[in-house]
Every structure is written in C-alpha cells, then in structure tokens.
Design a binder for this molecule. Sequence first.
Ligand SMILES: O=C(O)CCC(=O)C(=O)O
Ligand SMILES: [Fe+2]
Length: 329
Amino acid sequence: MPTCPAPVRPLDDAAAAALTSLAAGLLADHASAVSPALLTALPGACDRLPDAVRHALRPVDTDDGLFVLRGLRLDDRELGPTPGHWSDAGDAGALWDVTLLLVSALMGTPIAWDGQQDGRFVHNIVPSPGHESEQTGASSEVLLTPHTEDAFHPGRAHLLLLCCMRNHDRVATTAASVRRTALDPADVERLRRPVAPILPDDAYEEARRFAGRPDPVPTLFAAPDGLTLRFDPAYTPLDGADAGWREAYGRLGAELARVSVAVSLEPGDVLVVDNDVVVHGRVPFTARYDGTDRWLKRASARVTGRPTRPAAERGEHGYGQAALTAWPV
Ligand SMILES: O=C(O)CCC(=O)C(=O)O
Ligand SMILES: [Fe+2]
C-alpha cells in the first residue's frame, strides 16, 4: 500500500497562525473545550477568519474524497502524556479540540453522540489496555477494517476529521474512495438494493441494546456527482443476503482494498475524509502504554443539502440514537 499519496492541502504560516490564535481566544473566553457556549460561538468566530483561510478550509471537493491539511504547528514537548483511555483525556490538548472544531465548523455543522465518549464533540482516539482486538478506535493489534463512520445511522457525518497529536511509530490510517474503484455495473445495481442491515458498532453500548428490527440498507447510491457508499463489513450480518449479492459485496471489498491508500499522519495534520465517498481504517500496531502512544483527535460534521444519500434513510430508526449538533440547525 503506498504511503501518503493522499492530496495535501498546505496551510501557510499566516493562515495557521490565524486559526490557532482564534482557537486560543475562544478557549480563553470559555475556559473549556467542552463548553456549550463555545460551540455556539463557532460560526461567528469562523466569520472573522480571512477569506484565504476560509478557502483553504473548504470541504473535500475531489474524487479522492479526502485531503490532508498540513501546516498547523504542534510541539510534542508542550503536549502532556497520551491519555491511557478516552475517559482520562479531560482537557488534554484542549487547544487542538477547539482548532478542530473551528475547521469542522468552516466545513459544516459539528455533531456528537450522547452514546459516545460522553457526548463530546471531539473524541480522543488512543489505544487502550483491554481493547486491543476490538473494531473501535481504542484497538491496536488488529486491522481496523475499512468502514464508513457511524454507518449504522442515518444522521452520520458527511465529513470525518482526524487531527494527529502524536504518531511516533508512523501508524497509518487507510482510506479508499469508491470513486476510484472499477465495479461491474451489474454489481453496482445489486448493491444499490437494501439487502443487509448495518448494526451499531461496539462504541455504542446503548444502541446495541436497541430492541427494534434492524432495517436492511443499500450499500451503494448513485448520487448526481458519482457513487457514494455506506459500508461496514465488520457490523454487517450477511445471513439474509442471497449468494449473488454476497459475492458482489465481496468484490466491492476487494476493489476498495485495491485502491486503498495508507496515510501516515504527522503531528498537526488534519485528515479530512468525505464519509460518503471514502471508507477509512487503520493498520495494526503495538501499543506502548507509556504515555507516548499514538493520539488522534476526531471530529464529525454534517453538511446540509448534500444529495449524497437515498431519501429513504430519513425513515430509519437509527437504533434509538440521535446525533447532537453544535448549534440548532
Ligand atoms: O486510528 C485511525 O487512524 C482511525 C480510527 C477510526 O476509524 C476513527 O477514528 O474513526
Ligand atoms: Fe472510524
């Protein structure tokens, strides 16, 4: 797998400084990165950024379905130890939470989930003892299979943002764009039919106890700009699917593996992924558990009016989960 052929969007020093000082000002005004008032102040703060910065921070607009924003400065010596678990993170790296929220707010509306990481809008992704083999951000020893983020839910993000705090071992995030695959039109037709459901992942304890019937959902969707996908094989039971559909699903997985790129994020990088076009994952690694582990911050945003998903999704129950938005929309 090639390492980082992902498109890089450079942020020049002036733009990086404007963003960082805006984030520092917001954090000083609100004392904590998890303050609800800070969230509602984000759009007004974004309006104060120069046009050039706003342009550099436009959403993903190519068939790669992703880019790496590079240019924000992060000094490892100023960062405390990597938390051992997301629940120990507290205010660690809070300036980066606010920076990531600003980048998200420039592209859409940040969202969060009651049932994930205490409803925080910025998640801490760190390897945690006891979770090594899970299919969640806290794992390490296993391949995190390529997936659409929060694929089980109709309110999932359009954009996923991963900001790298620390990555000494250069562990790669993987990403594959459905628009780079070469699929047989007959397979596309099959996979556009709602055949198998996608269950909530292990990060959502409450949703996993939901008693309602899981609805089958389409895997592919023909949007006006090209194909989009909703794909999470680790949480997709295939028992109700016929053999032809299963084979097509397998060929989609193989094509995504063929076009997959490995992005080894550097401190200060923000990987922006179009969650309708690209599935992402992570290669296996061995956790250090000594305070110097890999550490990412993750935010999610919705972009209103995007024609990238079937209208029928709006009728889904979402396993009783509701996304929270940073401000009323
Ligand atoms: O650790 C990574 O590179 C990606 C993990 C992941 O899938 C996520 O944070 O949503
Ligand atoms: Fe993910």
